[in-house]
Structure formats: C-alpha cells, structure tokens
Design a binder for this molecule. Structure first.
Ligand SMILES: [Zn+2]
Length: 485
C-alpha cells in the first residue's frame, strides 16, 4: 500500500466518522423531541392526584400546548385541577378531624395557597372549629387501661390439652374474643389514646398532666399488649409467627400453616387494630394506637434479636434456645444480624403507624422479688438488646402485674424508682382490676391496667360491663372451668 492509498483511506475514514456523528446528532434530536412531546401530552392528559408541584407543572404544560395551538391558556382545565387539589386537601383534613385533631386539620387548610380564595376550604375550617369548641376535657384519673397478651388465632391448637393449655386459657384471649371486645368498645364511644396524651414529660424529668379533648360521650382508653415476642414455647400452638412489613408497607403477621406454608394476615392485635382504624379512624385519638410491652430474652416481635442468639454463650442458652439452635444449625452471626435488621424495620413501621413500645423488663422479672442489683442488670440488658432495636422509651410495664411499691406515691427513697427514673423511665404501669387507677406524681405517671383474658372474663364478667358483655364475645372453644390461678 503506497502513501496515496493511505491518504485516501484516511479521508474515507474521516468522512464515515463525520457522517456517523451527524446521524447520531439527528437521532438525539429526534429522541429529545419525542421525550418532550410525551412529557407534555402525559401531563396535560393525566388528571393530577396530589401535590402543588404537579399542579404547577400541569398548568405550565397545558399553557405551552395552548400557545403552540395559538390559543389562550386553558383556564377551565386549571380550575378543575385546583378543585381536585382542594378535594384532596379536605380529605386529608377530614381524616385528621375524624381523629379529633381539629387544630391540625384547620392549620393544614390555612397553610394552603388556595385558602384565602376558597370558600369551600374556609367553610370546612369553620366546621372543624365548631367541632373543636364542642369538645370537652376528659378527667385523666378516669382513663381506663386494658391489656392483652398475644392473641390465640387457632383455638384448636391452643386448647388441645397439652401442658400449655391452662396458661393460655387463663391469661390469653382468642382473636374472635378480641375483635368482639374492640367492636363493643368502639360502639360504646371508646377512643384509643397514648399514655403521652395523658401526661407531658419535661426535659428535667418533671411530669405534668396532659389534656385530652373529645366530643361529649367519647371515652379515652389506653391499650397495651404484653410479651409480643412470639416465644419459642408457643410454636405450633395456634399463634402468629412474627410481625412483618408487607410489600405495601403495612405491618402484618405471618402464620405457619399445618403444611408448612406461611400465610400473611391480621393474626394478632397490632395488624387487627391497624385495619380497624383504617376503617374507623375515629377509634384513634390523633392517630395514636397501643403500647407494646417487650421483654428481650427471646428477642422481639418474633425475631431472635437477643445477643445470646449471636454469642450462643453456653452459660446463658436455655433449653428452648438450644432446641432452636438444633433446628437451625446454620443460624450464624449474619442470620442474627438479619433478624435485628428486620425487627428494626417492623418497629419503625409500627411507630410511624401510631404504636409505642415499653419495657416489660428484659427477663420478665418481678422487680422487688428480684432485688435492685438484678433490676439494674436486667434494665441494662433491656437497653442493650431491646431499646437498640425498637428505639428508646420512657414507659415501663412491669411483668407479673408487679410494681416497685405500694399504692402510696413513689418517693425518692425508693431505690427502684430513683434508678428507673435515672434510666429514663417516667411512666409506670402495673395491673389493677378496678375500672381506672391513675396516679400523678411530680416526676411520674402511674396507671393500673385491666386484664381482659379468660380468667377475668370467666370469674368476674360483671367487672367488665363498662367495656363489653362477656356472654356475647366469649369463645365457645375455650375449655371451662378456666383453671384457677
Ligand atoms: Zn408478661
């Protein structure tokens, strides 16, 4: 090949390259044009569902289309989208007002750009204001507090005559009983409030009375659930397996069926209440739900999160845990970390949905029987293994319905009280069968809780008549007599 050939080849290569660049640029322009057209048409045709930015973009897009057609901007389309935005704003405010948060409903409307020009929004705000001013302050020392354990989903498995049956019959409630109790309480005007609606804790640890404002006839109550661990001993006895976050971000239970398949649904208190409040928002005050009281020794919410599942420390592994390790020989540190991560995600979703957490002591201990040294070690374990997963709390719900003193107010001479205060606990709950038992100290709130379980329903139905009629919710699958304690 001589010099001329090489030069010719170079020129041809250069020309081909230039042609290629021009072709690429043309394709790019065509592509950009198509993208722009798609964006404009899509924004102009699809009705806007939410958000100020979207509305602005739609107006802009339709203006451009209109000017391209040589027409004036389409005023009618703009006002239709404003109407949509208004309707959505009112739907949001209605939900807040249904949960008695009239102030937030009003400020939501007032904060919108359309408010001053919209009679509809102003009328809605005036309606909320009228509802707000008709509310009455509820007497805090008459707020009742009811609690449950994990719900029995399959009665045939819980009441099958094995060694666990008596305990389940005494302290647990079946899913159908629980649904009946909640429906009755809802019909009677009960509304779920938070312990933090009852009091305000200042940064210096002083506790003052909160304010609960409800329409006349509505009655606040606190709901709690103890031991939401799905303990090993309950495996195969008809209880949910764990709490999960499903694909839609909802908190649900899993349940292991007889054939080993796993179902997802409302098999325990938390998802049942979530679904009920979705349908009946006025059952929840300001979106607040119950308090979940957790131990830590077998993990939380159905996840094996305690450090013992990581260390497998022989001096601490229990018989149940050994059986778990035998059944899951591949449960290693990564598996443990996965449990922690999942439990954290569930706890976060629950908090976002209005739930709160409380300590139920790490080892399900009775504090005064255990002694102060044991309480200190136990509390540290709770903070290290449970608070680190579900987040901090200032509520402690004692196990066994125990307490750290008699009915007289706690004092600073009480070493349990001063220690737990130092650890950040300001709200204390025991078990008390009376309709309500509320004590405010300068630095704490204490409340008694009523057990709505087989024992109470069987032996003292008359003590529950303010809440529900035992005969109409009693699960006929429950063996009688309920064993005495
Ligand atoms: Zn308990």
């Amino acid at each position: 090949m001589d010099d001329r050939d090489i030069k010719l080849q170079q020129r041809q290569t250069k020309r081909r390259r230039n042609e290629l660049i021009i072709k690429c640029m043309i394709s790019l322009f065509v592509l950009l044009g198509v993208i722009l057209a798609v964006i404009l048409v899509k924004d102009a045709l699809i009705p806007q569902l939410s958000g100020k930015n979207k509305i602005k973009r739609q107006t802009l897009a339709s203006d451009i289309l209109a000017s391209q057609r040589g027409e004036a901007p389409d005023g009618a389309a703009v006002s239709a989208s404003a109407k949509d935005a208004e309707a959505e704003l009112i739907a949001q405010a209605d939900r807040l007002a249904a949960q008695y948060d009239y102030e937030k409903a009003i400020s939501l409307l007032q904060a919108s750009e359309q408010y001053t020009g919209s009679q509809t929004l102003q009328n809605a705000a005036a309606g909320y204001e009228a509802s707000r001013s008709s509310c009455v302050e509820y007497a805090l020392d008459q707020v009742t507090h009811v609690f449950f354990h994990t719900m029995i989903w399959d009665v045939s498995k819980a009441f099958d005559g094995d060694q666990n049956e008596a305990g389940y019959n005494q302290v647990m409630t079946t899913m159908s009983e629980f649904a009946g109790i909640m429906e009755s309480m809802y019909a009677k005007g009960y509304v779920m409030v938070s312990l933090h609606d009852m009091c305000t804790v200042a940064s210096d640890g002083t506790v003052s009375r909160g304010k609960i404002l409800l329409p006349p006839g509505k009655k606040p109550f606190v709901l709690s659930q103890d031991d939401v661990s799905y303990y090993h001993y309950m495996d195969g006895d008809g209880f949910a397996q764990k709490l999960i976050v499903d694909e839609d971000g909802r908190v649900k239970n899993t349940y292991v069926e007889d054939d080993g398949s796993v179902s997802v649904g409302d098999y325990d208190l938390v998802p049942w209440i979530d679904t009920f409040v979705e349908e009946h928002p006025d059952f929840s005050y300001h979106g607040h739900k119950g308090v979940i009281a957790l131990t830590g020794y077998e993990g939380v919410l159905g996840y094996r999160t305690d450090e013992v599942y990581r260390t497998k420390d022989a001096s601490r592994v229990t018989e149940y845990q050994q059986r778990f390790f035998d059944a899951h020989p591949d449960f290693d540190e990564a598996a443990w970390q996965n449990e922690v991560d999942q439990a954290k995600a569930v706890a976060e979703a629950m908090r976002a949905g209005g739930w709160e957490f409380a300590s139920h002591t790490w080892g399900h201990i009775s504090p005064m029987a255990a002694g102060i040294d044991k309480v200190m070690q136990d509390t540290q374990r709770w903070l290290d293994n449970v608070a680190s997963v579900v987040g901090d709390t200032d509520i402690i719900i004692f196990a066994f319905g125990a307490d750290i003193g008699g009915w007289e107010p706690y004092t600073d001479d009480n070493p349990y009280f001063t220690y737990l205060k130092q650890q950040g606990f300001h709200i204390f709950c025991n078990v008390d069968s009376s309709q309500y038992w509320v004590q405010f100290g300068d630095t704490y709130l204490r409340q008694g809780r009523r057990n709505l379980d087989g024992y109470r329903m069987y032996y003292n139905p008359d003590m529950l008549s303010d809440l529900f009629d035992v005969d109409s919710v009693w699960d006929s699958a429950r063996p009688t007599p309920v064993p005495e304690m």
